[in-house]
Design a protein around this ligand. Sequence first.
Ligand code: ZN
Length: 270
Amino acid sequence: MIYAVLIIIFVFGTMIGSFLNCLIWRLHKKETILGRSYCPCCRHRIAWYDNIPILSFIVLRGKCRHCQKLISWQYPVVELITGILFVMSFIINFQFSLQTGGQAIFYQYPISGVLSLIKFWFIIAVMIVIFIYDLRWYLILDIVTLPACVIVFLINLALGMNWQNLFISGIIGGGFFLLQFVVSGGRWIGGGDIRLGLLMGLSLGWPGIISSLTLAYFIGAFIGLGLIASGKKKLGSKVPMGVFLSVAAIITLFWGERIVEWYLGTFLNL
Ligand SMILES: [Zn+2]
């Protein structure tokens, strides 16, 4: 029974992933989100049976049915990742282990569990859009971050987080990048990073914002060194910071408390 639920959520997640792919493309092309999906190359309308998440990509062997142009790996990867993260969110929010046959233990009361799940799904969706967009076009769009700030702030208030906590973590997240922006005269980072920092603060609260920023710089340094070592980038190359920040935000969303505990235990011996 529980596996049926997980499969349904996975399929739902891949559908949202498919929507996010479409949204990313249309944000880039400044098109309305309404209207049928089409091939970006030949603009042929995509039939519903060619628009099934993951499966269609496999059946079509990654090519458009009409123009045979290769479809980006981004499409199935985003669908798959969204599906997996949606299932993980469900398992974490309803705190059950699959070993016990999926005995769900609703913490507090079910309604807050559902709302918390929606918050996870929302943050994941937004961070995936930011990740892909910044990776491809080196830009973090305000039209994504600013409405998300408002929505996630309201959800967190409804979940009983106190506004002072969110306020402070929002200032830390935004201020951290604002400071770098001012000091460097806008050369190190873009204005989009400031809004993303604010969004992360409002999403994760204190101390989550601290662990997510720390984590982002660890991931960035790790991947940056790898790219420099492999000769793909030079020191001082432009770095899409939003890529690391969005990954760090999702990891902190899932395991933030454990990261803080580990950090305090390892470095401060608390
Ligand atoms: Zn085509």
